[in-house]
Design a protein around this ligand. Structure first.
Ligand SMILES: NC(=O)c1ccc[n+]([C@@H]2O[C@H](COP(=O)([O-])OP(=O)(O)OC[C@H]3O[C@@H](n4cnc5c(N)ncnc54)[C@H](O)[C@@H]3O)[C@@H](O)[C@H]2O)c1
Length: 345
């Protein structure tokens, strides 16, 4: 039987990511209910995706209590993630919550606890882990071909949420509803990606978080220096003032380096240095362009969640993973306030 799904929040991400990738997974997934406080948005998506059998509701509490759904997608503004996830878990629904898991570590803890005590799966939609380029990069890092990694960096940037959603008065610019600016909105992507790539705990951060261009009350640019448990270093940058969109990562090891660049002709490049005895390690021994698998990040992550439910497997991008990422982000804001390195507690 297909996994029966209810969507809470029928805005941009539901339109661009959740619904197209559920509809193209018919047979494995079935959308049963669409919910939005603005019912016209839920109705519009019902029509757009030709979901004739789906119901439309205004009150999310009416969705989570339904007996005919197995899982809920929480596609609403960040400040609502906690309440909706906890409510869904208490009604024994599995949950795919959009990034960031929540706007505080405390909220994330409540969500994790609710999922655990009700025996349901909680996955966080950290989509960049599912981008086939990043999946190919993860394999390179795991292969050990770069040697010991001593520096890992990532940058994400776009022109700002006003080009994704609706204007400057939108919730993305309201700290109470978003939790923060670029550092939360897209910093969460690059922080999670670098954490996943590095596969070792971040122990300290030092951040410079600023509003440089947009004249909004939240940050539009951030740089965060990282120290890892093994003494190696890293850096994260995110920006709402980068045109056009970019996501880049760099990993440097004792035997070589790797670069990824979404959208480039050759989006992943590995260079192995000539570290043979007596040779100059500045010279290249080998250049590799690893094969990139099919699909896109949104498609792969939505399908992965559905597959986990079909197989009864716990999603790897768990609530705990989402919590760890938001913990790093909270510590980065703390460092920006104090002007000091902050230990990850
Ligand atoms: N994974 C990604 O790549 C990605 C990309 C963009 C946004 N997001 C995340 O998706 C979430 C939604 O962002 P968006 O861009 O779709 O925002 P949006 O403003 O376009 O959509 C949010 C929707 O939620 C609805 N809503 C608000 N309060 C509600 C309530 N109480 N009950 C039901 N519906 C309610 C709004 O009416 C709106 O339609 C955010 O957490 C955001 O960070 C993820």
């Amino acid at each position: 039987m297909a996994v029966r799904i209810g969507i809470i929040g029928c805005g941009k991400i539901a339109d661009r990511a959740s619904l197209p990738n559920l509809v193209n997974y018919r047979g494995k997934a079935e959308v049963k209910v669409l919910c939005d406080v603005d019912v016209s948005k839920a109705k519009a998506l019902k029509d757009k995706f030709e979901l004739c059998g789906a119901d439309v509701v205004k009150d999310w509490k009416k969705l989570i209590t339904r007996k005919d759904i197995d899982a809920v997608f929480v596609d609403t503004p960040n400040y609502l993630h906690e309440e909706m996830t906890v409510g869904a878990a208490e009604n024994k629904k599995h949950i795919l919550v959009e990034k960031p898991i929540a706007i505080t570590v405390k909220s994330a803890d409540k969500m994790i606890k609710a999922a655990k005590s009700n025996g349901v799966y909680l996955m966080v939609e950290q989509t960049h882990r599912f981008n086939p380029i990043h999946q190919a990069a993860k394999k390179v890092l795991e292969s050990g071909m770069l040697g010991k990694i001593h520096n890992i960096r990532g940058r994400i940037g776009h022109a700002g949420p006003e080009y994704w959603s609706e204007g400057k008065a939108h919730w993305f610019y309201d700290k109470k509803r978003s939790g923060g600016g670029a550092m939360v909105d897209i910093g969460v992507h690059i922080t999670d990606l670098i954490r996943w790539f590095a596969a070792k705990p971040i122990t300290e951060v030092f951040a410079t978080i600023r509003t440089i261009e947009k004249g909004v009350k939240v940050d539009d640019n951030a740089t965060v220096l990282l120290k890892f448990e093994d003494g190696s270093k890293g850096e994260i940058e995110c920006s709402w003032t980068t045109r056009p969109y970019e996501v880049m990562t760099f990993a440097y090891g004792t035997k070589g380096k790797m670069m990824t660049n979404l959208g480039a002709d050759k989006p992943i490049k590995v260079v192995i240095a000539n570290t043979n005895k007596g040779e100059d390690p500045n010279c290249t021994l080998e250049e590799l362009y690893p094969e990139v698998g099919p699909g896109g990040d949104w498609e792969n992550s939505v399908h992965y969640f559905v597959d986990c439910l079909v197989k009864g497997e716990r999603p790897s991008v768990s609530g705990e993973e989402g919590r760890e990422t938001i913990r790093i982000i909270s510590s980065a804001y703390e460092s920006n306030e104090s002007g000091k390195w902050v230990k990850i507690k």
